[in-house]
Structures are given as C-alpha cells and as structure tokens.
Design a protein around this ligand. Structure first.
Ligand code: ADP
Ligand code: MG
Length: 683
C-alpha cells in the first residue's frame, strides 16, 4: 500500500524544511521552486574535495587545503579596520586565522582555545606566516569538514551552506516510495530504485554522469510520466461515446475524381485513418502532420465532405483571415452546390455576421471557415460533427483538451500541423493525440533548388530576379530584423525594401510584425493576385498560404536561422508546377560547420529528416522555438541524448494501452512529475 503521507512530503511547501524561512522560500519561488520535490532538481554544479588534510609545514600557498590544528591565542585589536587574528598550531608549525567583520563571540564559539579544530580554506602568507582569511569550513567535528562539498549555482541571497543543508535534509527524509516500474524496465537501469537514484544524483562525485543507471532511471521516470498523462487524456477522450458518422466511400471517391490530381499514397492512408475514426463510435482527436506542401488541406476537406454527407456541420479554423479565406475559396470550388459554405470574417458586416450566427444555429450552414472567432461563446452550432484546426502548432495540451470538450460529444477533432519535428518531440508535444503523418510529397513536383550566395554578390541575385520577373514570377525576400540594429548586424527589412524599390519601382512591398492587420491582409492579397512582384518581409510570412506564382525566396543572413526554420521558409515556394529557387545569403564565407549544416538543407527536402538533424546540432530548444511555446521543460530528460528512453517509454505506453493495464501504480509518479492542470481532471 502506498502511504500518501510519504509522497505528500515531497509536494509540500518549502517552509516545512528546517532552515528555510519566508525570505529563502520566496527567493526560491521566484526560481519556480515551490515544493520540496522541485528542490530535488537543484543539482550541484561541481564539488570541492576537502577530505585530505595537510600538516602546517607542508601547506602550499594559493591552494585550498584542510588542516587539523589547535587555536591557542586570540588577538582582538580594538582598532577599526584591523582584523581579528587567532594564532593556531599543529605539531609542525603555526598558522593564523584572520577574520574581517566577525564578532568575537562568534569566533570564540567556532575556534575555542586548545581544542582540536578542523579547518579548510585558501592558504596565503603574511609576514612569513601562513594565513587563512574568513574560513568557510570550520568544525570541531573533523568528519564534517573532511568531505566532499557540493557547489551550487547560487540563487542570489542563498548560500552554498544553506543549499547543502536543505538538500541533505531532504535526502535524509526522502520517503520510501513503492516501485512503479515492472522488473523488465527496472533491469534496464540495473534495478536502481527511485530513492537510490535521487541520492546518487546528489552525490558530488556524480555530477554530470548522464550515462549512469541512476540518471537514466530518473530521466525515464520523467518521460514516462509525461506520456502517461497524455495517454490518460487520450483514453478519456476515447471513452466518450459519439454518434457514428455515416457516409458512402463511393460518394467520397466521386468527389475526389473531380480534382485535377490523384491523392498520394500517404494522403490516401491518412484519409482512411480519419474516416475510420469518423465512422467509429469513439470521439476522434487526431493530428495530421505533414511537411509544407504535402497536401493536408485536401485530406481535411475530404473528411469534412464525408462529415457533411453524414448530416453534420464542420468548423474550420485557421490562424489568419487570409488563410481562412483561401480555404473557403477552395471549398466553394470543389464542393457540390448543395453544400453550403460560409466564411466568418472580422470584416463581415454586422448584419451578415448575425445572419451567419443564426444559420449556424439552424443547421443551414454545412461548413464554416474562420479564425478563432468561430469559437466565440455566442456562436452555436446545431449539429457540429467535426472541428478542423489548421497550423496551430502552438496550441498546448490544455488548449487542445478544452477544444475537444467544446464541440460536444459528437464532435470529432482534427488538428493539422506543417511543422515537421523529430519523433521524440512529437511524442512529447502531441502524445495526447492519435497521429497521422504524410511523408510523401505530391509526385511530379519539382524540388526547390537551394543555393548559397555571399552578400557581396548581390548583383548576381538581382540579375536572377530580373529574369524571373520577366517570366512572370514573384519573389519573397526575407530579412531577420525590422529595423537596423546597432547590436545585431542583421539586415533590416526596411533598408532592403528601400534598396529594392529603387531597382524595381512599383514592384516591391514591405511586410513586418508591426504592419497593421488590415494593411497586411491587403498586401498579401495583392501579392496573391500578382499586383506586385517582390514581397520583402521579416520571418512573419504567413504559414499555410498557397502563393502558387511565387517561386523564388531569398533569405538574408541565413546562418542566423535554424535548419528547420530555413526549411519552413523555403516551403513558401515550390508549391506550383514551376521550378523554384531558394537563395541563402551570407555575410561572410562559411565555416566548416556552417557548410555542413547547409549541405543537410541542400541535400534534403524532407522536413522530418532536417529537423532530426537540426536537433542533433542545436539541441531541442532551438527547434522552431519550441522552448518558448510552452512545451514541457524536462528536468533531466533530453530528447537528443535520451532518444532511446523516449522510444522505450512509447513502447511501454503502447503495451499498457493494448493490454488495458491498470495504471494506478503510476499515480504517484504522475502526481510528482506532472503538475499540469489536466492531471487533476484525469486521476
Ligand atoms: P499543406 O500540407 O502545406 O497544407 P496544401 O494542402 O496547401 O499543403 O497543398 C499544397 C499544394 O499541393 C496545393 O496547391 C494543392 O492543391 C497541391 N496538392 C495537394 N495534393 C496533391 C496531389 N496529390 N498531387 C498534386 N498536387 C497536390
Ligand atoms: Mg496547409
């Protein structure tokens, strides 16, 4: 039986610890350390070994050394600015302990005369005599000093001594938790228990032993706990019984046959997976993941078609108005006339909006497109059967769960993301959803040609662009910053806009993060309609929009971007049938490492492969800014170095799900590691 009190100790407030008052506890809270458990991950940075003691005659000046000696005389000069000095000796010589700003009472307490004292500090010399000034380590109990002492990255206002004290205290009181792993898993970590692992983690000599059993076990605990929470959400959603969607595959295929292309194999497979969910009596909660241009839109619209044919309504949410409109226009074109398609735009007249709201409630609209506005409270559906969310990779687990609740029991949910991320991150970020992946790109599509160019050769680029424009093509020109910054030597979009405008009068427009929403839409629409030729922008170019006529993208200061981001930017072109080009510009010649990275990009158009390699080079935090987007920050586990543990956890979870394993033995693990909002709901 699990003793609840024991694990509660770990989740209790810091003030429960001796030596932590309000002040220290507030300092720690600022560092997001709120519970005793949080303190377990405050690890020593390194350690000082004070275990070997030296006789006075053998001391070395400038080194930190440990000596056992006897204080024999106090010198307390009653003159300001003169230090207190205590003469000490051993059988080989003498040494003075020197104190600035310390009270006599304190000194007498720690250095009583003629008692054996062990002391450690940096040895200096003054007038031919050894000295230790303001020693940090002094005790009558030699074993307290002759030891290894942890060194921490200090939080301002908290000393090493306090950390050592409180962490030792926690380790001493560590509750014996019942084992949650099975023997097979434990064997992989040499049967190291959680308690042992925690104690070992804090041993000074174990600093940085990432490959040892104790470290891996704890990393695995963390990963498994996060996957378990996801799995529980998934299980809970699956338990929701819904009305099956009833539709004819014949009618779907007739719809598809009218398109001017055939679906790729991956499109067919993912569509089948979605259809199976729709036809089942379990609620669907699925992520459709695929590289830019892999053709997710048509898959989702076909699913929407099927849902509509089963008598339900569909809501499609896009991150921007212009993308919502593009999807809307496509739907109008490909759906038969008896499907009623609407767009809810912020620009619609009040009257029109009211009309749409009314019709939605009366089931007189089959499919509605819009931004997040379509999920306002006042918008009600009569019979919502499917929510499609496009390009929302920044939705966190909590938001997704809310969304799935919002549509009601009969409503399936399909999310789409064009952000290919490494497998380990997919499991970490989207583990609560079922996954469909499109890897294959539509056939006959020409690969984007990728070149690198020194900035000094900009004239070549200009000449190339002139030719492309002559052939009726359009160009994206991407710069890292809006305005010239003194600190950062990045090209500014504004400056480049001015420069290009002189060469291509009336053919250039500028777009950046500070452009007003309305103006932005207008510019993008004009670009879409080929009203100008070159769009200069920061990296904000909309995701998802199809600009079939743009086939060149120039990216300045390309070495400032991660490979995944460059790949995403490159994906803005190459969607149509024309040959497309991506030109990466550099300020100076490339280092060997930069060349290596660039070659990955030049030689691959597979976003998944690129992100995998990018993560290995730059670490997972840099992959498209995922660290900022609120994904779980692991304490020990690392998606690059512990990829094997992520895979192991995924397999375990799959096994548990397949065998309907009772997960109650993992409850404490989950409670400890995952204090997300969702958890209280589910366990
Ligand atoms: P994404 O997956 O990035 O959302 P889209 O769905 O916007 O990609 O598709 C990109 C382009 O590819 C669109 O112009 C679309 O019409 C086209 N497309 C989609 N599927 C196919 C296919 N099987 N064969 C040829 N072109 C396709
Ligand atoms: Mg898309």
């Amino acid at each position: 039986m699990v003793n609840i009190n024991t694990y509660n100790y770990l989740l209790s407030d810091l003030k429960k610890l001796k030596g932590i008052g309000i002040k220290t506890s507030n300092l720690l809270k600022k560092k997001k350390i709120n519970t005793i458990f949080d303190l377990l991950w405050k690890l020593p940075r390194s350690y000082k070994d004070l275990s070997i003691s030296t006789k006075i005659k053998d001391l070395k000046i400038g080194e930190t050394q440990t000596i056992t000696l006897y204080p024999f005389k106090y010198n307390f000069p009653r003159v300001r600015n003169l230090p207190n000095k205590i003469n000490c000796k051993d059988e080989t010589g003498e040494l003075d302990c020197v104190f600035f700003n310390s009270h006599e009472g304190y000194i007498k307490k720690i250095l009583p005369l003629n008692k054996e004292i062990t002391i450690s500090g940096k040895i200096t010399q003054f007038k031919n005599k050894y000295q230790i000034t303001n020693p940090k380590y002094v005790s009558e109990n030699a074993s307290l000093i002759k030891n290894k002492h942890n060194i921490y990255s200090l939080t301002e206002g908290i000393s090493e001594k306090v950390y050592n004290n409180i962490i030792n205290q926690i380790l001493k009181n560590l509750p014996k938790l019942d084992e949650w792993h099975n023997q097979n898993i434990l064997k992989k970590f040499n049967y190291t228990s959680w308690n042992d692992a925690i104690v070992k983690l804090h041993l000074p000599e174990n600093v940085g032993k990432y490959k040892s059993d104790f470290y891996k076990r704890l990393a695995y605990d963390e990963i498994l706990s996060s996957f378990l929470v996801h799995s529980e959400i998934r299980r809970k959603i699956k338990k929701v019984k819904k009305q099956k969607k009833n539709f004819e595959i014949k009618s779907q295929n007739k719809f598809l046959s009218k398109l001017n292309f055939n679906l790729t194999n991956d499109q067919k497979i993912t569509l089948n997976e979605i259809n199976k969910d729709l036809k089942s009596n379990h609620k669907m909660f699925r992520l459709l993941q695929g590289d830019v241009g892999s053709g997710k839109t048509i898959v989702s619209l076909t699913a929407a078609f099927n849902v509509i044919k089963s008598g339900f309504q569909v809501a499609v949410m896009a991150p921007t108005e212009i993308l919502a409109r593009q999807h809307y226009i496509l739907a109008k074109k490909i759906f038969d006339d008896n499907i009623i398609v609407e767009l809810l735009s912020s620009k619609s007249e009040y009257k029109e909006k009211k009309e749409i709201t009314k019709k939605l409630k009366e089931n007189k609209i089959d499919i509605i497109f819009g931004t997040h506005a379509i999920f306002q409270k006042k918008i009600e559906f009569k019979k919502l059967g499917l929510i499609i969310i496009d390009e929302q990779h920044k939705f966190g687990v909590n938001q997704r769960k809310k969304l799935s609740d919002k549509g009601g029991d009969n409503c399936d949910v399909l999310l789409m993301s064009a952000t290919p991320i490494p497998r380990t991150l997919t499991m970490t970020i989207y583990g609560d959803m079922d996954l469909s992946i499109i890897k294959e790109k539509p056939k006959y599509r020409l690969e984007v040609k990728t070149y690198s160019k020194l900035e000094s050769k900009i004239d070549d680029v200009i000449n190339f662009i002139k030719k492309e424009i002559k052939n009726g093509n359009q160009i994206f020109w991407v710069c890292p910053l809006i305005n010239e910054s003194k600190k950062l030597d990045h090209s500014s979009a504004v400056k480049k806009y001015e420069y290009l405008k002189r060469i291509f009068p009336k053919q250039v427009a500028l777009l950046h993060g500070k452009t007003e929403m309305d103006e932005k839409e207008l510019i993008l629409n004009n670009f879409l309609n080929n009203k100008f030729k070159i769009l200069v922008s920061t990296t904000i170019i909309e995701v998802g929009i199809d600009f079939p006529n743009a086939n060149v993208i120039v990216i300045e200061n390309a070495n400032k971007f991660g490979l995944s981001q460059l790949h995403q930017l490159r994906g803005r072109v190459g969607r149509g049938n024309k040959q497309s080009t991506c030109i990466l510009m550099f300020k100076s010649s490339l280092t060997e490492n930069a060349k290596k990275r660039l070659n990955i990009l030049k030689n691959s158009t597979d976003g998944f492969e690129i992100s995998e390699k990018d993560m290995k080079i730059r670490g997972y935090g840099d992959i498209l800014g995922f660290k900022q987007s609120g994904i779980k920050n692991f304490k020990l586990a690392d998606p690059v170095h512990n990829s094997d543990l992520f895979e192991l956890a995924e397999k375990e979870i799959k096994k548990m799900e397949d065998q309907y394993e009772d997960i109650s033995k993992y409850k404490i693990l989950m409670k400890l590691y995952d204090q997300a909002d969702v958890i209280n709901d589910i366990i």
